[in-house]
Design a protein around this ligand. Sequence first.
Ligand code: GLY
Length: 337
Amino acid sequence: MTTVHLNLGNRGYDINIGRGLLSRAGELFNLNRRVLIVTDSGVPSEYAETVRMVCKDARIITLPEGEGTKSIDSFATLLNAMLSFGMTRTDCVVAVGGGVVGDLSGFAAASFMRGIDFYNIPTTLLSQVDSSIGGKTAINLSGVKNIVGAFHQPKGVICDLDTLKTLPDRQISNGLAEAIKMSLTSDEELFSLFEKEEITENILEKIVIGSVKIKRAVVEADEHEGGVRRILNFGHTLGHGIEAAEGGNLYHGECVALGMMAVCSEEIKKRLIPVLQKAGLPTGYDGDINKALSFIEHDKKCDGSLISVIFVDRVGSYRIEKMDTAGFCALVLEEKI
Ligand code: GLY
């Protein structure tokens, strides 16, 4: 097991990465209290059951799989479950699932009795390398993604690599996109790994550890996204536009892959294309780019009429440029992704 400590003073926590860790949750987390375990119907039920077995007094709540679960209704369902379970301020919530389960249950934990302990057990590559770390919790409202939420750091995270074995290849690619993204802005060595190696189980472990270390450094430097945390949005401005235009046809990571293509130097693009292809990610978009661009004005990263756009000209470095939406859209059209 590799343990990466995220140092945020008294809100710091360990991110434990390894195999066979679900059954060690009782040793790695304080589960000697009432525990609400939140999972969804797409996650093998034995994962939550394995965690329940090591708790003193736990209930499992299984929500429907999908982005629709990140809703105010599911939020209320969780709060009501906590209330009827008789949970108090000293009890805790454990998320077992992907980003939807983690974001929703983290927000319910942040809100119940003004904040109770939350642990995250991400079971998708995307959530292991990104969303489970850093304390962003949220739900969607009226079609606007992540518009209601809170910063609420988990008390601990377990990335059990064995849970990745049941993921379809497309879901692995989905997570790889975020890891490739972080390596491009922050870690030349990790990017070289993508260039040189085939994606085996052992390489996946290195990718998770490398990505978690990048995310740790970014969150330690800028917990509330006042500055450097914005680099995690590399490829996301256009990526979110494409995701909205595609209405669920393309996965988040696939859209981020396309989004990165528009904001890289030619030299980087030459290296990025084979890396994305190896990871099973798209390198060109044949959908309606104008429709995607029309969604960008609604992106949450808009700052008045200006957007902070992250560019990578050299692997392992970045620059942030404030641009107006029209300028960004013109740049995307010129890049012809
Ligand atoms: N997923 C982006 C962030 O945590 O800031």
